[in-house]
Design a protein around this ligand. Sequence first.
Ligand SMILES: [Zn+2]
Length: 190
Amino acid sequence: MLTHSTPDHIPADVPKELHEAWYRYKAIVKLGHPALEQVAKPVTRYNTDTHNLIHRMKTTMKEANGLGLAAPQLGVSTRIIVYDSGDGVKVLVNPKIISSKGEQLDPPEGCLSIPGLQGQVLRAKEVRVKGFDERGRAVSRRALDLEARVIQHEVDHLDGILFFQKAIPDTLEWVIGDGDDDDGNGAPRD
Ligand SMILES: [Zn+2]
């Protein structure tokens, strides 16, 4: 349903009413940017750039009222995700989903890189994820429900996969008026 676009050009399918939203958070690259289609590279060592990137990811996610953000969404093809599914900001460097269980369909997903688009994606209800925190310490986490959903959405970003490619086609729709400061009604965006 979505045609390809070149960076900084809004695909023709996007309703006019959503164009402003596409330009609202300039730091976040949008559908059509090559970083969103690449398999991102693992972090091999922590340096100032890594710390600055993580800091930028956290601030951008907060500003945009997102649930999660992956480094490729800032145009950086590196395997780092940040998310906050309700109990504080978490960082995962080189995250790897090592097992998944069960299924969940709701809530519908959205993505800060495709403002306005929502749809249902079948995800695992529970995942176990391994990776490193922002200081390079190994972490292993079991995540359920929304947290599990966000992790799966973000890890997909690291593999160049966007949620609409996995969504149930009939459920995909452009939702106009899902304002950035109204987090109550719209789908989670990450
Ligand atoms: Zn996303």
